[in-house]
Design a protein around this ligand. Structure first.
Ligand code: GCW
Length: 702
């Protein structure tokens, strides 16, 4: 213990701005508090951490408090078993309720009792979450008296989905390679796994699917199950359950059976035995995530069976162990005459009520695919008898990889706050997902992870906020995007009030800015390829819905996808109130206009501009706004670690270049249809369409 003063000194030294912050600590930096009055007040209040339970989870909670408060105050705080007679401190107390449901085990209360801060919960995980809540409070230098609170997660399963492959790559990952070193596991257990778990636990995440939904059967072999077990052993100590994505055809590919038909008794037996084997190795295993009959993955439809048949077979195998099946609704067929928008609803809505009790159907927030802005998926509200889980994407597949600063909380909130009108006004997507509207027995929110082996975890330092915001909203969807932005900034970057205001302001505007220069007015761009470079001209692919022209439908008359009754009629999948708001091109809100209407180039919009001019306006102001982001960011320089500041400055410079790229590509290409000039108030693009295409081709070269 004598090393403590030295350690504290080292921590204090390491966080002065003379040395660089590499971002590794995320929002758990525990910077030494500069204000001596606050530091002294905290030091006086936190003389000990009393904890009677010695289980791993509670032990980690106490350790975290010790490390965090120790670093912030420069004081060593002992962990003790009984509350000392004198002095003030923290008490972690299991309140021992008999009806411990998953939600109440995670809930916590923080109170002040006789000078002590008492964190109470019916479960160990609740004590862990309460400890992190206290640390969040202190990291914002708030008065101890204000810490009194009660908190309960609104959703049971709050999980990350990793699209990590067995050879270490990450599908749609932009922050290096996979965190999981499969070839080293299980013998070598990277200490980083525990830091990953800590970070997740600190924001309430309690589940992780470690492998890609485009799943390799390799993960179901005994060799790999032992590797997964080593990870699960680390995660469990932070209240996190481990799940696997499974390859539906594993009975054939791995088991050597002739079929993977879910109604075949041999196939069912194979899954039952495999599941038993898994629980023998990982006793608290969470369950399976399945992508079936989607983008070439095998599934029950290969045998003329339904998604429910497939899910229920796995559910039966998992039920004795209380495991769950999370079955994805991300499906669409290669039909040139179909509208991909309608596919999930068409395949799933009729199966409502046909799934086993331990199945959750996981739905992406929008009907197409994680676009920068999508209307909410019409499945929400249309499966009252089937628990629907939410799938958000944290990794920035369509929101600029690691070179664009896009704070995603507004995307998540926009969807969660959307009113489906399914049980009248106020039937928000959030109330469906949290189970309150339809009394779902299971609730789940998943985020496709944006983590990787980069030292700062997420590539773009500001992308850490998306992981953070996801966890906070999965816990409590009523939090505002603004409150989370401010909180994250204070924990991660600076407590300097003006800089906090500046940075959170950039964050809050960043998504709208991105949409303006990337996909304004309801354009979308899920065409095939890397999803990095603009390519609105792309018209050839193995599938019609893997081209750009399928989505934007530009022609000599106008732009946009007609999804009204005169077009694909996807709007009929929504309730009349929603339909009415969107079906009339005159009154459809501009953000959704081209999602639902093919609009003539010269049509006057509610903004007072004609479509073509409005598009130009958005593309130009969007790209120019990146200059505003740069200016604001520069203004916050003195309050932010120089290494992080410089890193983001570089990325913003790149973002500006790419914003111009997107702007010019779209404008020059669409101009070949609109035949209209760029309004005189804007400078004309300095390149030709051919030149833009050439620069894009560089990124498409093999
Ligand atoms: O958006 C598409 C992505 C695929 C992904 C798929 C899915 C994992 O481009 O990379 O595959 O969605 O969600 O299954």
């Amino acid at each position: 213990m004598k090393t403590w003063p030295l350690l504290c000194l080292l921590i204090a030294l390491s966080v002065t701005y003379a040395s660089a912050d590499d971002g590794y600590r995320l929002w758990l930096r525990y910077e030494r508090i500069a204000d001596p009055a606050v530091r002294a007040a905290y030091a006086k209040t936190f003389g000990f951490i009393a904890v009677s339970d010695s289980g791993d989870i509670v032990h980690n909670a106490a350790r975290e408090l010790q490390t965090g408060i120790g670093a912030m105050t420069g004081k060593h705080i002992p962990i003790v078993k009984t509350v000392p007679k004198n002095g003030r401190g923290i008490r972690l107390s299991l309140s021992g309720a008999s009806d411990v449901t998953p939600v109440s085990a995670d809930s916590y209360a923080i109170s002040l009792e006789g000078g002590n801060v008492v964190i109470k919960s019916a479960g160990n995980t609740g004590l862990l979450y309460g400890s992190f809540a206290l640390l969040r409070h202190l990291q914002q230098h708030l008065p101890v008296e204000k810490v009194v609170t009660q908190s309960k997660p609104k959703v049971q399963l709050r999980m990350l989905n990793h699209w990590d492959n067995p050879e270490g790559t990450i599908e749609r990952g932009y922050a290096g390679s996979s965190l999981w070193k499969w070839y080293e596991l299980p013998e070598t257990v990277d200490p980083r796994y525990a830091d990953y778990a800590r970070a997740n636990a600190s924001i309430g995440i309690n589940g992780t699917v470690v492998n890609n939904v485009n799943a390799s059967a390799r993960f179901l072999t005994a060799e790999y199950l032992h590797k997964v077990a080593a990870l699960a052993g680390v995660f469990r100590k932070y209240g996190i359950k481990t799940y696997l994505s499974v390859h539906f055809a594993a009975p054939k590919t791995l088991g050597g059976l002739k079929t993977s038909d879910p109604l075949d008794p041999e196939v069912r037996k194979w899954w039952t035995e495999k599941t038993k084997e898994i629980y023998g190795i990982i006793p608290d295993f969470g369950g399976f995530l399945v992508k079936a009959n989607s983008e070439g993955e095998p599934g029950p439809q290969d045998y003329g069976r339904t998604h429910a048949d497939g899910a229920n077979m796995l559910a039966e195998a998992l039920a004795p162990f209380h495991g769950v099946v999370i079955w994805r609704a991300f499906v669409y067929k290669a039909d040139p005459n179909a509208d991909r928008f309608k596919a999930a609803y068409d395949e799933f809505a009729a199966l409502d009520g046909k799934f086993a009790r331990n199945v959750i159907v996981q739905v992406k927030n929008g009907p197409i695919d994680f676009q920068p802005r999508e209307p909410f998926s019409p499945l929400f509200g249309n499966m009252p008898r089937t628990p629907l889980g939410m799938e958000f994407q944290l990794t920035q597949e369509y929101t600029g990889f690691a070179t664009h600063w896009v704070y995603e909380a507004p995307i998540f909130k926009e969807c969660l706050d959307s009113d489906t009108y399914v049980n009248g006004k106020g039937s928000t997507v959030a109330r469906i997902v949290d189970g309150s509207l339809h009394n779902y027995p299971l609730t789940c929110v998943a985020g496709v992870a944006n983590t990787g082996s980069d030292r700062n975890w997420t590539g773009h330092p500001m992308a850490q906020a998306n992981w953070y915001a996801f966890g906070r909203l999965a816990w409590d969807h009523t939090l505002s995007a603004q409150a989370i932005a401010r909180e994250w900034t204070q924990l991660t970057l600076t407590t300097h009030a003006k800089a906090v205001a500046t940075v959170s302001d950039i964050m809050l505007r960043s998504r709208a800015i991105y949409v303006d220069y990337n996909t304004p007015l309801g354009l979308s761009r899920p065409w095939t390829g890397s999803h990095y470079a603009p390519e609105p001209w792309q018209n050839r692919s193995s599938r019609p819905d893997w081209t750009a022209i399928y989505y934007h439908r530009a022609d000599s008359l106008g732009l946009g996808f007609d999804r009204t009754a005169s077009g694909s009629n996807a709007l009929e999948q929504y309730r009349p109130e929603v339909r009415r708001a969107w079906e009339n091109a005159e009154t459809c809100p501009l953000p959704y206009l081209l999602w639902f209407h093919h609009v003539p180039w010269s049509k006057k919009l509610s903004s007072g501009r004609i479509l073509w001019d409005e598009l130009c306006h958005r593309f130009y102001t969007g790209a120019d706004s990146v200059l505003w982001m740069q200016k604001q960011w520069d203004g916050a320089q003195t309050a932010i670690d120089p290494a992080i500041h410089a890193d983001v400055t570089g990325r913003l410079a790149k973002q500006y270049k790419e914003a111009l790229w997107w702007r010019d590509a779209w404008i020059l290409y669409l101009q070949t249809f609109s035949k209209q000039p760029v309004p005189a108030i804007y400078p004309k693009p300095e390149r030709t369409l051919e030149e833009v295409k050439k620069s894009v081709n560089v990124y498409l070269m093999r």
